[in-house]
Design a protein around this ligand. Sequence first.
Ligand code: PLP
Length: 396
Amino acid sequence: MFSNRLPPHAEINPLTRARSALETAGVAIADLTESNPTAVGITYPDDLLGMLGADHARRYAPQPLGLDVARAAVASDYARRGAHVDPQQIVLSASSSEAYSWLFKLLCDPGDAVLVPQPSYPLFEHLTRLESVESIPYHLVYHGRWEIDFLSLTAAPANVRAALLVSPNNPTGSFVTKEEADRLAEICRARGWAIVADEVFADYAIDVKNPRTECVMGLDVLSFTLGGASKSLGLPQIKLGWMVVGGPEPERSRALAALEVIADTFLSVGTPVQGAAPSLLARGGSVRDPIRHRIAGNLARARSLSAGYPACTLLPVEGGWSLVVRVPAYRSEEALTLELLEREHVLVHPGYFFDFPHEAYIVVSLLPPPDQFVDAFARTLRFASTPSSSLSEHKR
Ligand SMILES: Cc1ncc(COP(=O)(O)O)c(C=O)c1O
């Protein structure tokens, strides 16, 4: 009855099923996958969202690419990070997920493909599939940090239209370096591919000197740099995303004109949020700074706890909201995460959820409240460091 483009329903995931069963039985779960900043006890200024109800919200005067006042506010926010962006290059959407769907409509016909980093954000599979676009992985390899495996990228077939990159990447936290961005742009120019650069976590650099944000918009290749309020402002509920269209003319203007047609078909960004954008972006630090503080604190706590569990290795975090932990492969990632949930009532993501190249990794969010994080992460490290045989003996 329904389209076969629909991705499988989340309920078939064994972890989701086990979690629902436990919660139905009244068990409290310590959720180390929580990535919603509004659900982790961060204090938001009381009046932050007040501007959403201001006078500007009363009159509907749609502009497909976004209201001038909001596009100018996004350009000013790039200036905060040291990037010069012309507001005319900016397109507003309801989220970066929606921006992806617009870009796949813009760049691909059904059956065309885009190159997607692996490991990375699992929603790419859904976003491409829903647009009848194939996602072809290229690999990130770990040599003390995660780097692009250019061999896997250049092996791409002829139906590729764009290469996606995520900087810093979710969940590996790795930034794309200048050398990598330049090399990628060279390949894209030669092959006629566009670059889609997802920089939604660019404001959350952690252990990296001079993080490379805005890594492709100044290069000589058609590019789309994505950002949004859900991460940059810690406000996923206001539904505001943006993209900066970069690259040489006339491709850039042609892309903007075509995006205007797509955006005009949906007109999905609400007037209240666009009118409030200047105030929300100007006050972005009021939420961003507590989130940064939370992440840095939890990362320090995780490092200190891990000293007691040498079998588990915390991978470096250059940016973002996640921490990757390499754990002993005493059992599969699936068995480990399910047992951890059922016995310790702690939920973490298995590495395979993000397509890590091999087992065994787990991924935890650095957002949860510190006391919950410390308790649940300590239990996770202890459990992951214990061979399954010792656990069953212990049970007997
Ligand atoms: C790398 C990455 N890109 C995009 C998104 C989606 O962001 P938005 O809320 O703007 O759709 C996420 C959400 O977690 C993400 O991790």
